[in-house]
Design a protein around this ligand. Structure first.
Ligand SMILES: Cc1cc2nc3c(=O)[nH]c(=O)nc-3n(C[C@H](O)[C@H](O)[C@H](O)COP(=O)(O)O)c2cc1C
Length: 370
């Protein structure tokens, strides 16, 4: 099969990254994207948080910030989409340029700072998608964040939950973007326990009998001690899941200096092992009892499978969509099926945590049974 994206990529990469992204969103919104045959196989289905995910691969937060192309992404073979990060008020984000590509290493640095239309327009967009009778089969999460000027983060999160909580299949609380000053300071036990208490209270008020699960998205730049403290905090706060990981502030030496001097969070291939390591560690620290969405440098089915075996119940991509194109979801899912077959497994959930030794008290609670 001819890889159309590989042919058009040199042209697309002549355009500035943010413009190329906006062009992609516009094209997807027209509905004129080439259809992609989906990999529909019960072996890939994941049951989690009361939802049936048609496959374990999602689009990560930041691609569809304004809930504009959920249907198009599901149509390309993703099993779920995490829209956002959405903030209460619209905001411009950091000055441009603020996305930088390094094609030779399939890496991106972004310094976006949550630009977006704000929760009112976001809600209109999502309402339009959810009300469409031709809605696609797939799960839709909402990633929530704070406005740059907000000094009391809990206020923004509560406002977003009040406005959007009942529309979400899951809520992702983003406390790990490196591009909003002070946000990562919430990744400490006391402030996080307080915040999660207020978030749960807001959910109770806003969502009544069908509360969406709450997930927390963490950074990859956490040492062992911080990981241990945070894993315990999330368990103590009875949070439903964790997303590991956001972008890193690390700058591996192998990357060109011209690229590494850019400000922001690094994603793509150089993040692969750093994020898998944290996934494995959280899986161990929580005895496999806290469902994990694994994200960071997944480019192939093998990368995805490695994260699943390290303890991720679901996985996501962003950067490889940029470098490999819109059909990457199809090829990763196809590859996962082959890997399952080679391992003689009948469902992807059986592979969760397979490469982690939990010892005696270990449980495989994330295997689609929650
Ligand atoms: C341009 C860009 C914008 C992003 N924006 C967000 C965002 O708004 N919220 C968020 O939680 N993560 C955001 N991310 C992080 C991704 O969701 C993901 O965690 C990270 O890129 C690692 O995955 P990858 O290596 O597959 O890209 C963004 C990433 C990129 C490249």
């Amino acid at each position: 099969m001819i890889d159309l994206y590989a042919l058009t990529r040199p042209l697309l990469f002549k355009i500035k990254p943010e413009m190329a992204h906006n062009l992609m969103i516009k094209t997807m919104k027209t509905g004129l994207m080439l259809p992609c045959s989906k990999v529909n196989d019960p072996a890939l289905e994941v049951n989690l948080w009361g939802h049936k995910f048609p496959n374990p691969l999602g689009m990560a937060a930041g691609f569809d910030k304004n809930a504009e192309v959920i249907g198009a992404l599901l149509n390309l073979g993703f099993g779920f989409v995490e829209t956002g990060t959405v903030t209460p008020k619209p905001q411009h984000g950091n000055p441009k340029p603020r996305i930088f590509r390094c094609a030779s290493h399939e890496a991106i640095i972004n310094h976006m700072g949550f630009p977006g239309v704000g929760m009112n327009v976001f809600k209109d967009n999502l309402t339009k998608y959810l009300g469409n009778p031709k809605k696609h089969y797939g799960v839709v999460g909402i990633n929530i964040g704070i406005n740059k000027t907000q000094k009391h983060p809990a206020k923004d999160y509560a406002m977003l939950i009040k406005m959007l909580g009942s529309m979400a299949d899951f809520l992702a609380v983003n406390i790990s973007s490196p591009n909003t000053p002070g946000l990562r300071d919430l990744q400490k036990r006391e402030p996080l326990l307080d915040l999660l208490g207020e978030i749960k209270e807001a959910r109770k008020k806003a969502c009544g009998e069908h509360p969406p699960p709450i997930l927390v998205k963490l950074a990859p730049d956490l040492d062992e001690e911080q990981q241990e403290e945070l894993a315990k905090t999330l368990m103590d706060a009875e949070i439903d899941g964790v997303i590991l990981t956001n972008t890193t502030l690390n700058r591996p030496e192998a990357l060109p200096q011209e690229f590494t001097k850019k400000q922001g969070g690094l994603s793509g291939l150089p993040l692969t092992h750093q994020s898998t390591k944290i996934i494995r560690n959280f899986y161990k620290l929580t005895n496999g009892k806290l469902p994990i969405i694994g994200v960071g440098g997944i480019s192939t089915a093998r990368d995805a499978y490695e994260k699943i075996k390290a303890g991720a119940s679901l996985v996501q991509i962003y950067s490889s969509f940029v470098f490999k194109g819109p059909f990457v979801a199809h090829s990763i899912n196809q590859g996962l099926l082959e890997l399952l077959k080679a391992d003689q497994l009948t469902n992807i959930s059986e592979a969760v945590g397979q490469s982690v030794n939990l010892g005696k008290q270990g449980s495989q609670a994330t295997n689609g049974k929650l």
